[in-house]
Design a protein around this ligand. Structure first.
Ligand code: SAH
Length: 481
């Protein structure tokens, strides 16, 4: 049973539980978390339900309810522990379109009862489409620990300021930023610590500040751009700041290498725009991206520019920065985990190592204009000494030329190389080879983008997980001679 979560009100009419025994009592207890009163259709009530009836929480109705008893109910739970009777009740509810739940009989249900984390005004409902109730309970326990016990008070407190805030700040990014600042700031802390007087003073100040800022901005509305590193693909590798930026975005401009799981974290109302730059297919030219960022920020939007890995490593983040500065747009930069670091972590191969490598150089396998690199800017002979790790980005199609250049500069023939495709993604693939194989026989690797290549003695250290070893014919012969 696949379900869609909604929150149902019991204010107009109480829910109906059919059955007066133990199971019915458990379900009634759950409903009473929110219902003022629960109607119970049963011949007699068990002990717990009788007690609830005495205080008016439960009202007994005739057993074997008919259409007029079921019609208009926000929810019916049939817990008679009699299969035939449960089926009869469910059938009437189905015909009337009344949501019905029969414990442990998913085929009869049109509604599922979630596991609930109850914090007063704040309710978290967990559903597993009846597939794994125990998993739902585990999640509930975890959330019970994670969520502050006074979260409900915080929601109530915020609710009591809603009208004042709405009057001071018009609907839109300004108001949203205000609430974000409140929930992430000292006023919320004060509520959670039980000091509501202090919280009230703090929120008063915050309203005054936001209102005067709004007045200033309404003369010249100004958005901002957050350059955000999206990391190598796995959403677990995002920073908290990156997630916060995604939640605050009005519009997100993203690159091709940004993972789908990362995009799903953007605010639901945010506009997601791909400016994907796959190699060779520049869908949106860089100058146009710069213009788009400036235009949206000038229109008052919170713009997130989401770039794979780290925005300032081969990401042309510097050019966007220049354009935004020239237009005097406020900028924030959130670093991300660069592909080389992700590959190193996943292999459990350090890029520097006290005994093996004292420095690491990140290089691009393409120069501006898309040609294979000359590496003129690098002192390759110094790097060839063996104490350095070279991490090559965008080097899949030029890997043979690169390997040849390095050999010419004096890198040793057997120097280990590890290539990692799609680091941190489910389809990650790793290949170990040597620099001479790469130079002479690049096709053997069958490498595809995106991939980083790690050249250096560290690539010969033991790696974790599966790794394909690719040797050229003559090396295979030598290895087994
Ligand atoms: N700013 C990015 C790099 C952008 S250049 C960063 O810091 O990671 C694009 C290159 O990054 C690709 O050609 C590839 O070499 C590398 N890359 C990006 N994501 C990758 C991934 N998940 N696995 C391997 N390499 C990746």
């Amino acid at each position: 049973m696949r379900t869609f979560p909604i929150f149902v009100s019991f204010d107009r009419k109480p829910p109906l539980v059919v059955g007066g025994g133990h199971l019915a009592a458990i379900k009634t207890r759950l409903l009473l978390k929110r219902a003022q009163r629960v109607d119970i259709a049963a011949e007699e009530l068990g002990l717990e339900l009788s007690k609830l009836a005495e205080v008016g929480k439960v009202v007994r109705q005739p057993a074997e309810p008919r259409v007029d008893q079921i019609q208009g109910r926000p929810l019916v739970i049939s817990a008679t522990e009699d299969d035939r009777e449960d089926e009869r009740v469910a059938e009437i509810a189905h015909a009337l379109g009344v949501p019905v739940n029969v414990p442990d009989r998913p085929p009869l249900c049109t509604a599922a009862l979630p596991a609930i984390v109850d914090r007063g005004e704040v309710t978290v409902a967990i559903g597993t489409s009846a597939a794994a109730p125990v998993l739902a309970q585990r999640l509930r326990t975890w959330l019970e620990h994670e969520l502050h016990p006074r979260l409900g008070e915080l929601a109530k407190f915020a609710g009591s300021f809603r009208e004042r805030v709405a009057a001071a700040l018009p609907e839109g990014p300004g108001r949203r930023h205000f609430w974000e600042a409140v929930f992430g700031g000292p006023a919320a802390d004060a509520v959670l610590h039980g000091d509501e007087d202090a919280a009230r003073r703090l929120i008063d100040l915050e309203i005054a500040r936001a209102a005067s800022e709004h007045e200033r901005e309404s003369v010249a509305p100004r958005g901002r751009v957050i350059l955000v590193g999206a990391g190598p693909g796995d959403p677990d590798l995002l920073t908290m700041k990156a997630i916060r930026a995604l939640k605050a975005a009005d519009v997100v401009f993203y690159d091709k290498l940004v993972g789908q799981g990362v995009l799903e974290l953007a605010r639901r109302e945010a506009k997601l725009i791909s400016v994907g730059k796959a190699k060779g297919a520049h869908s949106v030219p860089q100058t146009e991206i710069n213009d788009l960022l400036v235009a949206h920020a000038k229109a008052g939007k919170t713009v997130v520019r989401l770039k794979g890995g780290d925005p300032f490593i081969f990401g042309r983040g510097g050019e966007e920065l220049d354009a935004l500065r020239a237009a005097a747009i406020p900028i924030d930069v959130v670093p991300g985990i660069t592909a080389g670091a992700a590959a190193s972590a996943s292999l459990q191969v350090p890029l520097t190592h006290r005994d093996v490598s004292h420095s690491v150089t990140f290089v691009s396998g393409h120069e501006a204009g898309g040609v294979a690199p000359s590496f003129e800017h690098l002192d390759l002979r110094a790097l060839a000494s063996g104490n350095n790790t070279l991490v090559v980005y965008m080097g899949v199609t030029t890997s043979a030329v690169i390997a040849r250049r390095l050999l010419d500069a004096g890198f040793r023939e057997g120097l280990p190389v590890i290539a990692v495709e799609n680091a941190s993604r489910p389809d990650e693939r790793r290949l170990a080879t040597t620099i001479s194989t790469l130079a002479n026989d690049p096709e053997r690797l069958g490498l595809s983008s995106p991939a980083v290549l790690v050249f250096g003695e560290v690539a010969g250290l033991p790696a974790a997980g599966d790794i394909e070893t690719v040797l050229a014919q003559e090396e295979v012969v030598r290895a087994y001679a």
